[in-house]
Design a protein around this ligand. Structure first.
Ligand code: MG
Length: 157
């Protein structure tokens, strides 16, 4: 078993789509970033890469590379999974927490789990997503941004 942790933050801004866990969520703002800025998938990818000892997404998918402009983060996750497979790992489980004051994310979590599980190649029961506010405190509490934490276990195949 190998354990990994990932953390990511993106700024909320007008004129962008809000995509979390591959699910587009209706909201007046979206996350700013080079890709679709899916902060949840980014945290999950960094947890996976961390567990495998393969670095991080900043090294793998640099934001100076035009190939990744506007790309779906689920496509990047597929590339991470290819690397994990080549290194002899499969996913044991993934857990993640989104930190956002608004919008209400609970109704979208089942769909996020299903999408993540499909791309991770595991049953949705092995993928958990939670969401919390931070009681109005800090940059997530004021709605300046959304953060995500993730942990995972990888199994050697
Ligand atoms: Mg990111």
């Amino acid at each position: 078993m190998r354990i990994g942790h990932g953390y990511d933050v993106h700024r909320l801004t007008e004129g962008r789509r809000l995509v979390l866990g591959g699910v587009e969520i209706p909201f007046e703002k979206g996350l700013l970033g080079h890709s679709d800025a899916d902060v949840l998938v980014h945290a999950v990818m960094d947890a996976l890469l961390g567990a495998a000892g393969l670095g991080d997404i900043g090294g793998l998918f640099p934001d100076t590379d035009l190939a990744f402009a506007g790309i779906s983060s689920l496509t990047l996750l597929d590339q991470v999974m290819d690397r994990l497979g080549a290194a002899g790992f499969r996913v044991g489980n993934v857990d993640a927490t989104l930190l956002a004051q608004r919008p209400k994310l609970a109704p979208h979590i089942p769909q996020m789990r299903a999408k993540l599980a499909a791309h991770l190649g595991v049953d949705p029961a092995r993928v958990n997503v939670k969401a919390t506010t931070e009681e109005g405190l800090g940059f997530t509490g004021t709605g300046e941004g959304i953060a995500a934490h993730s942990v995972c276990l990888l199994e050697e195949v």
